[in-house]
Design a protein around this ligand. Structure first.
Ligand code: F6R
Length: 240
């Protein structure tokens, strides 16, 4: 695991944009695995600026997002489709048909998840997967549990995640109780992984991951089995 400790959120966002941007430069038709949440917003802003400045071209890029609430309409301003359009896709020259987010309205969520895994494989797999980390160590919505799930699947959100995400909703009661999430297999099959970590509240989960031990109580620890993971964190997350 490669670790960059940046002085603050802005430096973390810049470093992460440079790393993701370099993948796009080397492979203009690459497949990006993308995350939502507060942490990657600064990186998405920088990527959009690099696109505007003519330094990065998204014309042939394909994207697959990690997760989506379930059930939720894509037009709901808390859906991850809405988030991605607003924070990245509407601000770059990507073909929207090449952007993929799990369908939070799928009548058959299991079929939706299975088709998503097939589509990622058919696209040639993910060249670089962007991840955040939950306060509880979740990646995507692979929450701490007795058993971790490989395939993309429907999952229940833990109280910790519901409370952490309540800040985006009117109240914790409005946070959907379920989500569709990429499983650990498609994440671990990504050729490269970059994890962004910002803020003191992520310190304990980050330290557990960096310790190298693998545990179901902190799903991010499975990343220790991947041979190309770069963690870009800020000093608050690293020092606690
Ligand atoms: C989002 C996702 C989540 C977040 C994590 C951290 O697509 O998969 O695992 O990365 O919950 O969220 P923030 O960045 O809001 O702290």
């Amino acid at each position: 695991m490669k670790l960059y400790i940046c002085k603050d959120y802005n430096e973390m966002s810049e470093k992460a944009a440079q790393i993701v941007g370099s993948v796009i430069t080397l492979k203009p038709d690459c497949v990006l695995g993308l995350a939502t949440g507060s942490t990657p917003v600064g990186m998405y802003t920088r990527l959009a600026e690099m696109n505007k400045e003519g330094k990065l071209d998204f014309a042939e890029v394909k994207t697959y997002n990690l997760d989506e609430y379930y059930p939720i309409k894509p037009t709901n301003d808390q859906s991850y489709r809405y988030f991605m359009d607003k924070n990245l896709f509407d601000n770059i020259n990507i073909d929207k048909a090449n952007t993929h987010v799990l369908n939070g309205e799928a009548a058959d969520p299991e079929a939706e998840c299975a088709a998503y895994d097939k589509a990622v494989e058919a696209a040639g797999g993910i060249d670089i997967q962007v991840l955040g980390i939950g306060n509880n160590g979740h990646i995507g919505f692979n929450e701490p549990a007795d058993k971790l799930v490989s395939e993309t699947h429907k999952t229940s959100l833990t109280e910790s995640t519901i409370n952490a995400n309540a800040r985006f909703f009117e109240s914790a009661n409005d946070v959907p109780r379920h989500a569709l999430t990429m499983g650990l297999a498609p994440i671990m099959k990504a050729k490269k992984i970059i994890m962004l970590v910002s803020g003191k509240n992520k310190h304990a989960a980050l330290m557990e991951m960096l310790s190298g031990a693998i545990t179901v109580t902190n799903p991010s620890t499975v990343l220790n089995l991947h041979n190309d993971v770069t963690v870009v964190c800020d000093e608050d997350a690293y020092n606690g």
